[in-house]
Design a protein around this ligand. Structure first.
Ligand SMILES: NC(=O)c1ccc[n+]([C@@H]2O[C@H](COP(=O)([O-])OP(=O)(O)OC[C@H]3O[C@@H](n4cnc5c(N)ncnc54)[C@H](OP(=O)(O)O)[C@@H]3O)[C@@H](O)[C@H]2O)c1
Length: 300
């Protein structure tokens, strides 16, 4: 099948490109700037129309969470406006969309993992624009899936794992927030799951069990400090950079945008609809550390 993915250099897009390159049954076409700009509707319609995919994965987004606080309009144009254009362009050629969204649509006040049926309540601009994106995709028809994920990491771009390893090269001790909890999710595991969702969704997009909102993260959860410990456990094993993790509270690490304290996403829709479950987050973290350490260019 032919799949179009929005974004070229993004973590999830690059993970999809890497996996698709190893398969003969999937042709993946990455649509990105400058030809396809989510803030320019005409370019989105033209790009999707030209590729004529069987399904679109909507992975591109304005992901600069702190910057979005000061430029919510730009973030909205991409995360909500862009999501709408992608979903409408897919509808125009009669194919479904898998649209990526985020744990940041929730306020983090719950004392349990969030379910797909829980009411979102974002506490920052990024979350608000992503929630509007989800609603725009839903408004474009019932044949689409919205996949919420969290704390994405990969060997492909700026992310927490890379930051920890880079900092550890020059710092003996790193302060890391210990009161935000979530599930770090490997972009490659996420991409693998998306490629497993694509064929049934393309074939049966009128099946209610395959459409709507899905929570897709690695299993289990930890704090950012626990994630940092896991990064350094694997790095130590491989002779890579290591630092002492000093746990701190969110209030001691002020950021422009507020983050939810509870980012845990639960629910059974993905397992019931698609039979997909990811492994424990520590497995994905160890794999990303191995890839980063194995690629000298990433950690000069
Ligand atoms: N990263 C996380 O921790 C996280 C957590 C939860 C959910 N998500 C969601 O998962 C999805 C994938 O995230 P990611 O980590 O792969 O993001 P990422 O690495 O930050 O990549 C974002 C991608 O979006 C593209 N993009 C941004 N503005 C665009 C525009 N105006 N027109 C076209 N493309 C544009 C970028 O294009 P260029 O290549 O041109 O820069 C880039 O390819 C996003 O929907 C994000 O909201 C991410």
């Amino acid at each position: 099948m032919r799949i179009a993915v929005t974004g070229r250099s993004g973590q999830v897009s690059r993970a999809l490109q890497e996996l698709a390159a190893m398969r003969t049954d999937i042709e993946l076409v990455a649509l990105g700037r400058p030809e396809m700009d989510l803030a320019e509707p005409a370019t989105v319609y033209a790009a999707v129309e030209a590729v004529r995919p069987d399904l679109v994965i909507s992975a591109a987004a304005y992901t600069a969470v702190d910057k979005a606080e000061d430029d919510e309009v730009s973030a909205w144009n991409v995360n909500a406006g862009g999501a709408s254009h992608v979903a409408e362009a897919a509808r125009a050629i009669g194919v479904p969309v898998i649209h990526l969204s985020t744990d940041y649509v929730f306020d983090g006040q719950a004392d349990r993992p969030y379910l797909e049926s829980d009411t979102p309540h974002p506490i920052n601009a990024y979350g608000r624009t992503k929630l509007d994106g989800e609603r725009a995709v839903a408004a474009a028809g019932r044949r689409h899936s919205v996949v919420r994920t969290s704390w994405v990491h990969s060997p492909f771009g700026p992310n927490f794992v890379l930051t920890m390893l880079r900092l550890a090269k020059t710092r003996p001790e790193i302060s890391v927030v210990a009161d935000q909890h979530g599930a770090p999710t490997a972009a490659l595991d996420l991409a693998d799951a998306l490629l497993r969702m694509a064929p049934p969704l393309a074939a049966r997009s009128d099946d209610a069990a395959l459409t709507g909102i899905f929570h897709l993260t690695a299993a289990g959860s930890g704090s950012w400090a626990a994630v940092a410990e896991a990064v350094f456990d694997e790095s130590r094993r491989l002779g890579g950079p290591v630092a002492v993790v000093r746990p701190i509270e969110t209030k001691d690490y002020p950021t422009r945008a507020r983050r939810p304290l509870n980012s845990r996403l639960g629910g059974t829709r993905l397992r019931n609809g698609y039979g997909i479950e990811l492994s424990d987050w520590r497995v994905g973290i160890a794999a990303t550390v191995r890839r980063i350490l194995g690629d000298g260019a990433l950690l000069p």
